[in-house]
Design a protein around this ligand. Structure first.
Ligand code: URA
Length: 223
């Protein structure tokens, strides 16, 4: 399956220099506003998401997938959209990609209980197709509200859909990794999606570099 144990490595054979840049102006996105933030709370947000009918995915979903983990996490991870296992269990990243994700964060000393993980889209799409632009737009407010309630110190975007949504860009993932962007004043780092890594195992060394970069960014921003 390709899910082996990722161990933290003191020294990593770096066969490719990781381009480290500070916040690039091109990724400094405008602040999204959520006018209801002052009185927002987890119960209202979860109830709204559970009953959401903003797009047609509500007619095909079995249940919504809100997100899971620590609601006061320093680290917030954002994936694309729930797959079948996630929809069945109502939890994000519980299938094969989720197993690899758990190993990936363990390699930088994190557990699922310490982080919060969610998706750009809270409903499964038919046949797991990529979310449509209007679906992303309709769901984005929920992501903003989750970020505003959690107040993470760093957001890690898993894959191009999360990266492009958070950074408001259509640049490919290869151009976004190794740089620190911004989502409503929270630093954003981009890494390969674990589902992609399961398909393209040779890319795993890049994912390790990206995780190392994320950890470095987190430490630099810890105040
Ligand atoms: N892929 C995602 O992007 N999210 C999940 O929750 C599972 C797989």
């Amino acid at each position: 399956m390709g899910i082996d144990v990722w161990l933290p490595r003191a020294s990593m054979p770096v066969d490719e220099p990781l381009l480290i840049e500070t916040v690039s102006d091109s990724f400094k996105s405008e602040t999204d506003t959520n006018t209801s933030v002052a009185k927002d709370n987890w119960f209202d947000l979860q109830t709204e998401i559970n009953h959401c009918t903003k797009c047609s995915l509500c007619s095909t979903r079995k249940q919504t997938v809100f997100g899971s983990g620590n609601k006061q996490a320093d680290w917030m991870f954002v994936g694309e959209s729930p797959g079948q296992h996630e929809e069945d269990q109502g939890l994000p990243f519980v299938g094969n990609a989720g197993l690899l994700f758990t190993e990936m964060i363990r390699a930088i000393g994190l557990t699922r209980d310490e982080i919060f993980i969610t998706n750009v889209i809270k409903c499964r799409s038919p046949n797991n197709r990529e979310p449509h632009t209007d679906e992303i737009k309709n769901c984005k407010d929920y992501l903003i509200r989750q970020q505003q309630l959690i107040k993470p110190k760093i957001i890690v975007a898993l894959g191009h859909i999360a990266a492009q949504t958070l950074l408001k860009t259509d640049k490919p993932l290869a151009e976004l990794r190794g740089k620190t962007g911004d989502f409503n004043n929270t630093p954003v780092v981009v890494i390969y999606h674990p589902a992609y890594l399961l398909r393209f195992l040779p890319e795993k060394h890049k994912a390790w570099l990206d995780l190392t970069y994320a950890l470095q960014t987190f430490k630099n921003n810890e105040g």
